[in-house]
Each structure stands twice: as structure tokens, then as C-alpha cells.
Ligand binder design. Structure first.
Ligand SMILES: Cc1ncc(COP(=O)(O)O)c(C=O)c1O
Length: 381
């Protein structure tokens, strides 16, 4: 066994239970409320509303489930098209395909890595001319940074396109002082294990329209009609979050400010140590808001740095440290290769050069120093 393989593995963004999760979980357990109804589900929804400033919320089994229900409630159906950020995790686009609709991928803006508002405008103008406007838009807040909602929402409003904000990665981020989750007719969050807070698996749909949330709760519990027997007039889903998991989520959410500031600190330690090195650039911070610093992401220019992204990843892996390439753009995914796209070159370049570094709230100073040392050693300088 080598020394590095004996060392504890450092993960990219592992769950970190540092609050009252155990207490809340045992409360739920001891009260026998362990299913999809219960006081922790209600409290978790209320606390997410208080945190985001949104009026209503439905706790669901995943962020993907939230996206799926949002599209259904907007009336998207088979054969429709939906605008979607190109640089994202596949779940954003999968939800569109579940319905039999097709995504149209819009490239990133180099200044934010989020959807490029100019390309969105071009696409919508072209589609208006051809008389085939898409039905809705899923706008992603990438790696904890909100998209540029000013021009994006103006454009979508001009063409009456309802927006779903995919804030799966962005809980706690802001755009012009408003919290992520506020920018569409509905917003979604993920509490998957790698996110800034986790319920092990889970998600949340938020909206200021009570009707969307009422329907989401109905559809996510198998769409039971009000009757003493089991009667269904619509297709439903088993998408509600359990009271046990909501209890974990409450413990996590209460520590969100600490988690954000710890991740910010981790990012600035990376920046201080690596920011001046030729060939290393950090994901830009757009300045129109505050990200939640979910992951620290760098771009590596092999010509300037002296090693490419994959060599850096493998050097870290050899020391039992997990890092990950940036999301592979959706237009490059075999499963979406037939889908329409606008641009794509920016997302491709970010994918080719981009590496997500270990950023979990529990990352120790010594471990981070080791990561920095490995990266420095492999570069030219
Ligand atoms: C941008 C984005 N959208 C959607 C999802 C889906 O969330 P979940 O894993 O909770 O289904 C994720 C993360 O997993 C994500 O990163």
C-alpha cells in the first residue's frame, strides 16, 4: 500500500453534518413521522421560503423531480421545445426529454459561464421569424453563481416565455441583492449529497404563485382526487420528500451562512496561492451578485501552465484527491447530439480547460495546502 492510498480520500464536495441534523432526525424518528408528511417537511418548506424570500415551497425527492413537475405545470408537452443552458448537469435537460419535448441549448457567456443573453436574444428572434417559439426556458445558475437575469428575463418576457430557474447549485447566492430561486415563475433547488446543503437526496420547488405549489404537492403525491377511496383523474408522481430527510435538511439549512463563508474562504485560499500562476484562471465572479461559492473552478491553459487539465486531475488522483472536469456541455453529449444549439464554443473551451477543485466545507487547511502544492508542482513554475 502506498502512502497516498493509505491517506483518507479527499472528495470534491462531500456532505458535512455540522448542525442539529441528528437532533431533528431523532425527533422525526421518535415521533413516528417518517413518511412524506410531517412537521419537518412543513418547517423545511417554511424555512426555505424565509431564506429565499419566496412565498411558497414544495419539498420534493430531488431537484430533477422539481424540474419535471415545473415543466408539466407550464403545460410543456411532447413535441415542444424548451430553451436550456448548454453548460450544466444533464438533469436540467433530462427533465425536458422526460416530457417528450426537445431542449435548445444556448452557449455560455465568457464573463459569467452562465447562459449568454445575446445568444438567447438571437435564438428567440430567429424563432419568432420562423413562427416556432419555444414553450419555456430553463436557466441554470452555474456552480453557485446566478445567471444574468436582467437581460435574460427581459428577453423571455418579450416572447412570453415562462422561466424556470434551475438554482440546484445556487442556494444562498444572490443576483442584485435578491436570492437565487426568485427569478423565474418557479425555481428549483437540489439537496443531493454533493450540494452546499444536503438531505442525502432531495429537492425543492419554490414559487410566488400558490397555485403552482398546490399543484406540485398534488402531482408529487400520485395526484389523488379528494375521495375516501383511491381515485385518479390525472397521472401523478411519487416525488415528495420524506419527513426524515426534511429533518436533516433543516439542520443543514440552519448552517448555510457558515457553509457559504467557509467555501468562500476556501476559494480565496486557492486564489491567493494559485491566482498569480501563468495559465491558471478562476471562474469569473460576475459582480452583479454574490455567489454561494459552491465549488472553486479553475481553467488551465496547458501552453502557459505547462500541463493540461487532465494531467492535473491525474496528479491529484494519484494522491487520492478527487477533482472533476467542468460539466461536459449538453450539445457534446451523445444523447443530445441531435438537439438544436446556439453557439457552443465557449462551453466547449471551459469544459476542455476547466477543473473543479475540492471545495467542501469540511476541507481542512492542511489538506488544502497539499492540493495547492500538487498543482504548483506539476506546472511549469
Ligand atoms: C444544475 C443542476 N440541475 C439539476 C440538478 C438535479 O438535482 P438532483 O440531483 O437533486 O435531482 C443538479 C444536481 O444534481 C444540478 O447540478
Amino acid at each position: 500500500m502506498t502512502e497516498s492510498s493509505m491517506r483518507k480520500r479527499i472528495y470534491l464536495s462531500p456532505p458535512y453534518l455540522d448542525g442539529r441534523e441528528r437532533e431533528f432526525l431523532l425527533q422525526a424518528f421518535d415521533s413516528n413521522w417518517i413518511t412524506t408528511l410531517g412537521p419537518h417537511v412543513d418547517a423545511f418548506e417554511n424555512e426555505i421560503c424565509a431564506m429565499t424570500g419566496m412565498k411558497y415551497a414544495a419539498a420534493l425527492s430531488s431537484g430533477t423531480a422539481a424540474l419535471h413537475l415545473a415543466l408539466i405545470m407550464l403545460g410543456v408537452s411532447a413535441g415542444d421545445e424548451v430553451i436550456c443552458s448548454d453548460l450544466t448537469f444533464a438533469a436540467s435537460a433530462n427533465s425536458i426529454v422526460y416530457i417528450g419535448a426537445s431542449p435548445i441549448f444556448i452557449d455560455s457567456d465568457r464573463a459569467t459561464w452562465n447562459m449568454d443573453p445575446t445568444l438567447l436574444a438571437e435564438e428567440l428572434l430567429e424563432r419568432e421569424k420562423s413562427g416556432s417559439l419555444p414553450k419555456a426556458a430553463i436557466i441554470v445558475d452555474l456552480y453557485g453563481q446566478c445567471a444574468e437575469y436582467g437581460p435574460i428575463l427581459e428577453m423571455c418576457a418579450r416572447y412570453s416565455l415562462p422561466v424556470i430557474e434551475d438554482a440546484a447549485e445556487a442556494l444562498g447566492a444572490t443576483y442584485q441583492g435578491k436570492a437565487a430561486g426568485n427569478f423565474g415563475v418557479m425555481g428549483i433547488f437540489s439537496f443531493n449529497g454533493n450540494k452546499i446543503i444536503t438531505t442525502s437526496g432531495g429537492g425543492m420547488l419554490v414559487s410566488n404563485d400558490p397555485e403552482y405549489i398546490r399543484r406540485a404537492k398534488f402531482l408529487s403525491t400520485q395526484a389523488r382526487d379528494p375521495a375516501p377511496h383511491y381515485q385518479h383523474s390525472q397521472i401523478g408522481y411519487n416525488y415528495r420528500l420524506s419527513n426524515l430527510l426534511a429533518a436533516v435538511g433543516r439542520g443543514q439549512l440552519a448552517r448555510l451562512p457558515e457553509k457559504i463563508s467557509r467555501r468562500k474562504e476556501i476559494k480565496s485560499t486557492y486564489k491567493n496561492a494559485l491566482g498569480e500562476i501563468q495559465g491558471i484562471e478562476f471562474m469569473p465572479e460576475a459582480g452583479y451578485g454574490e455567489p454561494n461559492h459552491w465549488l472553486t473552478v479553475i481553467l488551465i491553459d496547458p501552453g502557459l501552465f505547462g500541463a493540461d487539465r487532465e494531467s492535473v486531475r491525474l496528479a491529484l488522483e494519484a494522491e487520492n484527491i478527487e477533482s472533476r472536469p467542468v460539466w461536459k456541455p449538453m450539445h457534446m453529449q451523445p444523447v443530445f447530439k441531435e438537439c438544436r444549439k446556439k453557439g457552443g464554443g465557449v462551453a466547449e473551451e471551459i469544459f476542455e480547460k476547466g477543473l473543479c477543485l475540492p471545495s467542501g466545507s469540511s476541507l481542512g487547511a492542511g489538506d488544502q495546502e497539499r492540493i495547492i502544492g500538487i498543482i504548483k508542482k506539476i506546472g511549469r513554475s
